[in-house]
Design a protein around this ligand. Structure first.
Ligand SMILES: [Zn+2]
Length: 396
């Protein structure tokens, strides 16, 4: 019997010739990525283009798992954005709404946004029952650990953590109730509380948070990690050593180059990269994932390490290891980036509004969500326009 030479096109899409960075699988090099249906079929050297129905030449580009933005705003606040339109063009295929909904409003968030989005949308549920709606986050009466935990346990598929933020009162009640809800729901807590004299950062991080809980806006001027001599305060290292995590949460008022540069040089890196995406942060600072990653690159962090903290590490933090990686049979959520070269200016915020010059910018070229090309800036997955058939004479 003579074996037949097979030319069957077994892959739906092949990304060919890119630098694949997949930290979860210790992959960093020139590889091709083949996709079948919604899943990754193979990451390997030199996969034949004859085996794929569609081939995208991504030579010179960087291929990563779809980004995971662990701090974004899609619901419950003025300026919250629609996930798909704002995230998919940036290579972000998973977004976590940070506290827009509480136990009273989660179902509405689920019905109007989560189930209506192509990307994976998860929630950090606010300790405040009505989330960020109304007079936000001051009503102690509406901060119920038991009801919040009950909601988490009802919807563990979508609620991945608890958020405590913006409380102006003197005490720790919101944080302690949030920690209790997170404990009873088996999830982590993200906190955004600027220090006041009755609630210092040191006490918060060393006495109230648990290992795995996360301080967001870590390089904000309002939560200064560094002293007047630009030295990272020792208790931040103490907190890190006991397992407290630090999240970027860029936003429109929470990223200072002066603090971030000093902290990164002194070894206090962000555990997760995130945008705090909402309309003001997009308008003011282009606070997208690629731009935030660009800033960390400009501050001297290694690209592969930045990718890890934007994909695999947040996947683990939210308890979804099926995301944030390009392993065989993983969901085909993929981003393709250009590392553009030129004279660029990156901007920060807070009480300072400054510019930081750089010669590289991370730009999303393609996004693939569940095997489907949903963003293709330069048409790399398309045939040439010359393949357009002639007009139909019957339609004259
Ligand atoms: Zn936020």
């Amino acid at each position: 019997m003579v074996a037949e030479k097979t030319t069957e096109r077994i892959y739906d899409l092949l990304l060919k010739g890119g630098r694949v960075i997949d930290p979860a699988n210790n992959v960093d090099g020139l590889f091709d990525v083949a996709i079948v249906g919604r899943f990754i079929a193979l990451v390997d050297k030199d996969i034949s283009p004859d085996l794929a129905r569609t081939v995208a030449d991504v030579t010179g580009l960087v291929v990563t798992p779809g980004l995971i933005d662990i701090h974004a705003h899609f619901f419950g606040i003025k300026g919250g954005v629609l996930p798909d339109a704002h995230c998919l063009p940036q290579g972000t295929t998973t977004g976590v709404d940070a506290g827009g909904s509480g136990h009273r409003t989660f179902d509405e968030f689920n019905d109007t946004i989560i189930t209506q989005s192509l990307m994976n949308v998860f929630a950090l549920i606010n300790i405040v029952g009505k989330g960020m709606i109304g007079e936000p986050e001051q009503d102690l009466e509406d901060m119920d650990a038991e009801l919040t935990a009950a909601k988490i346990n009802q919807r563990p598929d979508r609620i991945v953590g608890v958020k405590v933020a913006h409380y102006m009162g003197p005490g720790w009640e919101p944080l302690d109730r949030g920690v209790q809800a997170a404990e009873d729901g088996g999830v982590f807590l993200m906190v955004d509380q600027s220090p006041i004299h009755t609630r210092p950062m040191k006490e918060m991080m060393l006495d109230h948070l648990r290992p795995g809980d996360m301080v967001t806006h870590c390089y904000a001027l309002s939560k200064p990690m560094t002293d007047v001599d630009d030295k990272v305060k020792p208790y931040f290292f103490e907190a890190r050593d006991r397992g407290v995590k630090f999240d970027v949460g860029h936003g429109s008022g929470s990223f200072s180059f002066r603090i971030a540069k000093a902290a990164i040089e002194q070894g206090l890196l962000p555990d997760t990269v995130s945008t705090d995406m909402h309309e003001p942060s997009i308008m003011f600072n282009q606070a997208t994932m690629p731009e935030t990653m660009t800033k960390l690159l400009a501050l001297g962090m290694d690209l592969a390490d930045i990718v890890k903290r934007s994909t695999w590490d947040p996947a683990i933090a939210i308890g979804h290891p099926e995301l944030g990686n390009l392993g065989q049979t993983a969901l085909a959520d993929i981003a393709v980036f250009e590392i553009a070269e030129g004279d660029f200016g990156l901007t920060d915020n807070g009480t300072a509004h400054r510019v930081f010059p750089t010669d590289k910018r991370i730009v999303c070229q393609m996004t693939i969500k569940g095997g489907r090309v949903v963003w293709d800036k330069n048409g790399k997955s398309r045939e040439s326009w010359t393949a357009t058939p002639p007009t139909n004479p019957a339609l004259a």
